[in-house]
Ligand binder design. Sequence first.
Ligand code: ADP
Ligand code: MG
Length: 735
Amino acid sequence: MNIFLPIEKLKNVGPKNLPRLNKLGIKTVKDLLWHFPVRYEDYTKTAPIAEIEAGQKINIRGEVVKITVRRIFPRRMSVTTAIVQDQSGAVKAVWFNQPYIADQLTEGTFVSLAGKIHIDKHGTYLSNPTYEKIFSFNPVPTDTTADDSDLPDETPVIRYEEEPANLIHTGGFVPVYPETEGITSKYLRFLIKPLLPNCRFTDHLPEAISKKYGFRELNAAVNSIHFPKNENEAQNAKERLAFDDLFLFQLKALTERRKLNQLKSVPVAFDQKAAQDFVAGLPFELTHDQKVAAWEILKDLQKSYPMNRLLEGDVGSGKTVVALLAAVQTAQSGYQTVFLAPTEVLARQHFKTITDLTRNKDINIGLLTGSSACMNDQEIKKGLLKNKSADGTLDIIIGTHAVIQKDVAFKNLALVVIDEQHRFGINQRAALIKNQGGEKINSLIPHLLSMTATPIPRTLALTIYGDLDISIIKEKPKNRKKIITSVTTPSKIKWAYDFIREEVAKGRQVFVICPRIEPDEPKIGVFLKTRQLKMNMAWADAKAVEEEYKKLSKEIFPDLKVAMLHGKMKPKDKNRIMEDFKNGVFNILVSTSVIEVGVDVPNATVMAIESAERFGLAQLHQFRGRVGRDEYQSYCLLFSSTADKKINKRLEALVECDDGFVLAEKDMAIRGPGEFFGVKQSGLPDLGMASLANVDLIKKARFEARLLLKEDPGLKKYPLLSKKLESFQRLTHFE
Ligand code: ADP
Ligand code: MG
């Protein structure tokens, strides 16, 4: 069978189920067979009916001795009740709203049932069990086998002509799949099982690797992941298939890296004296980690191929000044730097910081955002700024997406810095390199430094950002105090509001972050375009902020000055509110979770987060980093909207720990890697994704990928793998 056959060609896929399957990402037979189970039900043992106990999930087999359908008219419900008997006893099975079952399991039918045993005032029964008929369930004549001869004559010996192995829903290890409305695991098993023996996949994994790790051959692995004999077999298959994903991902990252290293960039001289002068002129002393990171970056800039480095550092760890050091060296060598920020407020803040820190240097700084342009301290026309960028007057151009537009040209761009890189997305980054390089400076590619304040677990970074070098700032500047964090359950809310009031009375300011009220899931079959989806989300953010703003300004703090900030406001208004807040015009700022969080307001000492349980630990930690930027003791109040101890216990982790990397690891263990920025966009298939916490497997994949490329960079000896890699690259480039 052609594995790329569209599923609508399958006999059992009709017009009703087609869009539902598509929704699960299933379009071809291959997709269907690559729709892997999330877990299994163990029905390898059949229980004698007499021995079943309430609460168990079990398989029983027996004869239907009675079946009835009762209709409950006012509610248009039906209840089908069957009595099933084996040699040991009988039990009731009950189905709701499936009256047709009575036509299938007529009295005298032999059936295999799997499900949960309930016990209540109606007695002991199986509720909505999965059922399969057992065909040819014949009592064997007593005189045929010697073994049976010592059984009393009146006991018929039961023999299945069909081996229980043929039961796919109620016997053995039964796969449970990711489902969607209308697509049950039963239906998926029913589709997948008959396809398996008819499909062949060519195994692209080098045999030596499979052997070394004891992986099963690809076809065997696909078979076993769907219908394994036991947990072990399932686990081995899963590892093998996850390894495939991770291995290809590593090969992709490493080959991309190799390609990048063959491109040309301007080498920026490392002028140690100038760097030392710059550092000596700063109003603070750099931390050890800052120095190391700066050194790594300046070393990279010296090379004649593009730097591709990620600077990872907790909020407030001082990444900006490290990047600035690189930009200053670039300027002093006569080249330009672009400094990109995800929001206008952040771009403006960087502009101000950078202008201040370079005041006594002969460096021209520009700012370009959607709404305005500045040069050094002056507001100027956008057109003029663009001219000054193109003719090389400007050394450092700071801005938002506006800088990426086609009409912005450079004379000799050598370095691109992207702040809060996760807000730009991975592909955008690649696009940026392409846009900014090119003909502009004799096809030289600018060096790239991306920065993120979201600590990413090491294994995750190695996989998702496998083509990047990483510098890490773990240390905080010395003058920082630990931020006092508390989890505020609904019963303590009054205390928290009083506390906020006290801080305001002392002259301090307060951030309140609201989580999004999620917009309704689109109906089945409706695919929202990404842009539309983003719009919906921005509206949902705005709504949440407006409601909170109303509550705080009208009911709780009517006497204080409260402002709000969300993405649906005009950039001009946002800037004004942010400026005003910085200047102390407002006491409290209510804001969305995704917008304007990178700002620096040293006078703010309280970060209050509504429904904190809805955020990941790493993200909460990032919000917390917005306060504690001055000598004042600062606080983080995590408002939990639940009294659930287990949920609040997760939040308690923040009370103890203020290491973003540790929190990130915890997050990954609790919520899985999908919650991290860049992971979903990475194009890594589901199984690979699910295995991102498997450090061991990732290390193996990385090790083998390196080894293979070292031995055979063009994968000439592995044509199958090379082809597979090509299609994988195509796939991940066009998402
Ligand atoms: P982030 O890494 O979150 O982007 P910033 O670069 O915005 O952090 O730095 C946060 C604040 O800390 C800024 O006000 C910056 O001037 C200050 N800062 C940076 N490095 C140091 C240092 N070594 N000592 C003291 N303050 C510092
Ligand atoms: Mg920053």
